[in-house]
Design a protein around this ligand. Structure first.
Ligand code: FPP
Length: 231
């Protein structure tokens, strides 16, 4: 059983290019695939927590038409999925700097979070406008403010307290998948991947279907996790 699965969604653009399509078509296909994967994981109870890297703080530097397309796609999907996630008992969280996003995007995110906040099934954490270093900096600021306000003793700061001050207090990531054959982590949940097993399939995200996910999970089950200890 994987408690917390992370997926760095990658390869939508190359998937589209190979088919002579626009990059936006790749993102659309990626969104459809993501919907199928989430429902599959929820129905089969494959994982408890799922974190998805769908838009990094660095992605704002892409051409404006691509950024705008993605933002519209997010709004559309978050509205569209409200009913479905409620019915499936899926709880949605967002991690990232909301201050960098336009109001209509934040509104759609907040509504979805509120609508699903009491659900008790699969927890899906969308990392959007997200950077792992930014998350650590933001947590540090929160902790410093509490110290300055006299609410927290500096000696009480430990790893557990630090985790509580991240965007959400989530368990460590057990298994991290990055699609498209890139072997890097690109600032994704740096605190939470400390002991994660990594898996880098060559498949572009729109083709990373439920069968490929099953293959990935089989691979995870073969891994020998020692957490720095000797067995
Ligand atoms: C990376 O692939 C993908 C993204 C930056 C966008 C991810 C977005 C989605 C899957 C869309 C839907 C998400 C939701 C939440 C509805 P890339 O385009 O950088 O691929 P490339 O490296 O081949 O260019």
């Amino acid at each position: 059983m994987i408690n917390h699965l992370g997926i760095i969604v990658d390869g939508n653009g190359r998937w589209a290019k190979e088919r002579g399509l626009k990059r936006s078509e790749g993102h659309k296909a990626g969104a459809q695939n993501l919907r199928d994967l989430i429902l599959y994981m929820s129905n089969k109870k494959l994982v408890n927590y799922l974190s998805l890297y769908v838009f990094s703080t660095e992605n704002f530097d892409r051409p404006a038409d691509e950024v705008n397309y993605l933002m519209d796609l997010f709004i559309k999907w978050f509205k569209k999925c409200q009913e479905e996630y409620s019915k499936e008992n899926i709880k949605i969280l967002f991690s990232g700097r909301k201050s960098l996003l336009k109001k209509n995007v934040v509104d759609a995110m907040v509504k979805l979070e509120q609508r699903t906040q009491n659900n008790t099934g699969l927890v899906v954490n969308f990392c959007l406008s997200y950077g792992g270093r930014a998350e650590i900096v933001d947590a540090t600021k929160k902790i410093c403010q509490k110290c300055l306000a006299g609410e927290l003793d500096i000696n009480a700061i430990d790893e557990s307290l630090f985790s509580q001050n991240l965007y959400h207090e989530l368990p460590d990531i057990d298994f991290l998948i990055r699609t498209s054959g890139e072997n890097r982590i690109s600032n994704f949940m740096l605190w939470q991947v400390s002991y994660a097993e990594f898996y880098f399939p060559k498949t572009y995200f729109p083709d990373f279907d439920t069968e490929k996910l099953d293959e990935a999970i089989l691979e995870y089950q073969k891994r020998d996790r020692r957490f720095g200890k000797v067995k």
